[in-house]
Design a protein around this ligand. Structure first.
Ligand SMILES: Nc1ncnc2c1ncn2[C@@H]1O[C@H](COP(=O)(O)OP(=O)(O)OP(=O)(O)O)[C@@H](O)[C@H]1O
Ligand SMILES: [Mg+2]
Length: 599
């Protein structure tokens, strides 16, 4: 709407078939064209001295002699953005439209136009006019013959009314625009709020899940720790019995069965430790492409003949700082699940890619983080996952498989491992068509480190040195003592840190190696004991053992499996090799692998 319209609009159209009427109107309304002194005086009287001639208001008056002609002029005025504020309309104008019909047409295109119907007594009755035009505040009836002053008064009043109407409409439009803008703002704020609330709900859910997992992890980790002590003993005695010659065949077979069952039990506790994030990482810089390619044969065997395996490697190397055995474990678990989801056969695709996680993606998944990640996707064409099962997939012991077929630890340990490596897992699912598990591990820029395999092999595990053996679990203690003694070592036994201290006080000069459990009753932990003893003899060698992971115990000293650390359950071979290696170790040790905090 043009703002100039709200300024005074003095445009008036007179529609009348009688030419004399037009000159009358012009004389009355356009005094500049030869005004009437009597009228000037009357107007001055009505509108005050300011309006007195010769400064009387001048209206711009146009003439039309037919209804259609009047309508055409109104059309032109609108097109030129100079609309008429009012029309003086004669009623009878034969031939063609009469005044009423013309008014209807004009209101059709310019509804605000103020119309004064000029009518004689013989024309339509008021009722007839109202029936045709309806009751309207835009309509005034002026009876002929009219009074000049009345005409001037109407011209003033109705042009002003038109102006005020336009102004009010403009204000209304402005207000409506403001309301619309504010509504849009509120809608946008509302959308944002919804997004934030959904994000918050996701984060809270992730937090609840991680708290649940942590509690379960602590419980399971504790159980696994006790189990490992027992397994160490079973394994130890079975191994030493197997090593003895002349066992009757029946006994030998039974011992082999026990040995295999022990292996399976050890694998199970190892899985439990993985999901409880209490398994020690032995990370090194790996190319994940190589890890997957290297597993190809094994995976094909797992999948069987009915399932086609496709591997799409990343075009460039995908270096990550990770434990290779654990990465294989993750892939094996995912591939085994995919196989079980495709009993009738199908296709399994593994692809490796490097992805850059940006703000938007990080926001949509609270577990994800910004940066470069190796993303491995395992996609199957199997049954997919039932919606009801989705929230529980990663819960330990959640399985939909028959008893004996699944323990429900696969995905829990996959999640434990991936998170221990600073990554996360995402699941996509199409029931009936397949599932995709993607895991993300940070891309590494670290240098490769040395692993236990790089150490020289031990040739003669026995020795004559003196070992202080500290272990609170009597069965494990007896086993370790037996093994070491049999190989020629002299062994002092203690079941607590305090006991070890008193032995040390008496025999310090003889003791070459401290072999101690990390977690023991009393306030002297294995680590504290070692520190105390090494403060007195810095040549004392130390080996730690535990059923927990070294990280879980928060140690600041670097531990290297096979050198100064033996995770339980251990085999006699493990024990004697580590002891020998540690005793033979000179100050030139292999470089320490970086701690997990560097990932
Ligand atoms: N690719 C998949 N397609 C369909 N369902 C799957 C897939 N992967 C996992 N699942 C579902 O998730 C459940 C849990 O998997 P998880 O690997 O933790 O345990 P499991 O395979 O049942 O037992 P386990 O791995 O310990 O032998 C499975 O029982 C199965 O219902
Ligand atoms: Mg599984």
């Amino acid at each position: 709407m043009n703002h100039c319209l709200t300024q005074a609009n003095r445009r008036i159209l007179v529609v009348d078939d009688n030419p004399a009427i037009h000159s009358d109107f012009k004389k009355i309304l356009c005094p500049a064209l030869g005004g009437n002194p009597g009228l000037n005086a009357a107007e001055a009287e009505i509108f005050g001295g300011r309006q007195a001639a010769p400064s009387r208001t001048v209206f711009q008056v146009d003439s039309a002699f037919q209804g259609q002609e009047g309508f055409a002029l109104v059309q032109q005025s609108i097109a030129a953005h100079q609309p008429y504020a009012m029309v003086f309309m004669d009623v009878r104008m034969p031939p063609g439209w009469d005044g009423i019909e013309t008014t209807t047409h004009i209101w059709g295109i310019a509804p605000d136009t103020q119309v004064v119907i000029c009518t004689a007594y013989s024309d339509y009755s008021w009722d007839e006019m109202i029936t045709r035009l309806g009751i309207s505040d835009r309509l005034v009836i002026l009876k002929k013959p009219f009074d000049n002053v009345e005409v001037v008064q109407l011209a003033h009043a109705l042009t002003e009314k038109w102006r005020l109407g336009q102004e009010a409409r403009l204000k209304l439009e402005e207000m409506e625009a403001m309301v619309a803008a504010r509504t849009r703002e509120l809608q946008a704020a509302n959308e944002q709020l919804k997004i934030e609330m959904a994000e918050r709900a996701r984060t809270e859910e992730a937090l609840r899940q991680s708290q649940k997992m942590e509690a379960l992890g602590r419980l399971a980790g504790g159980i696994a720790h006790d189990f490992n002590n027992l397994l160490t003993v079973i394994r130890g005695y079975v191994d030493s019995l197997l090593a003895e010659n002349h066992q009757p065949p029946d006994t030998l077979e039974a011992l082999q069965e026990i040995d295999q069952a022990t292996d399976r039990a050890a694998k199970l506790t190892s899985q439990i430790l993985m999901f409880s994030r209490k398994k020690r990482l032995q990370p090194q810089v790996l190319d994940l492409n190589d890890v997957i390619a290297g597993l190809g044969k094994l995976l094909r065997r797992v999948l069987g003949e009915n399932i086609a395996l496709q591997f799409q490697a990343n075009a460039r190397p995908l270096p990550v700082y990770a434990d290779p055995v654990m990465m294989e474990q993750v892939l094996l678990n995912l591939v085994t699940n995919a196989r079980d989801a495709m009993p009738q056969g199908g296709r399994l695709t593994i692809d490796a890619r490097e992805v850059e996680i940006g703000e938007a993606q990080a926001r949509s998944n609270p577990q994800s983080r910004l940066g470069s990640f190796a993303c491995i996707r395992v996609t199957d064409t199997g049954n997919g996952i039932a919606p009801a099962a989705l929230p529980h997939l990663f819960d330990p012991f959640f399985t939909t498989k028959e008893p004996g077929k699944g323990t429900g630890l696969g995905l829990a340990s996959v999640q434990g491992i991936v998170e221990q490596h600073g990554g996360w897992i995402e699941v996509e699912n199409e029931p009936g068509r397949g599932a995709r598990f993607s895991f993300f591990i940070p891309v590494s820029t670290a240098k490769p480190g040395l692993t236990a395999e790089a150490w020289p092999k031990v040739t003669t595990p026995g020795g004559t040195e003196t070992i202080l053996l500290v272990e609170d679990e009597p069965v494990v203690h007896r086993l370790a003592h037996k093994i070491l003694q049999r190989l020629g070592y002299q062994v002092f036994d203690a079941s607590t840190g305090q006991e070890a201290l008193s032995i040390w006080n008496e025999h310090a000069a003889k003791i070459d190696l401290l072999l101690t459990d990390m977690v023991m009753p009393g306030d002297l932990s294995g680590r504290k004991l070692a520190q105390t003893l090494q403060a007195q003899n810095n040549r004392l060698k130390v080996i730690y053992t535990t059923g927990y992971s070294a990280e879980a115990l928060n140690l600041e000293c670097p531990l290297e499996e096979g050198l100064n650390f033996i995770p339980k359950p251990y085999t006699p071979e493990n024990l004697v090799h580590t002891v020998r290696r540690c005793l033979d170790e000179t100050s030139a040790r292999p470089p320490t692998v970086a701690s997990t905090a560097d990932i």
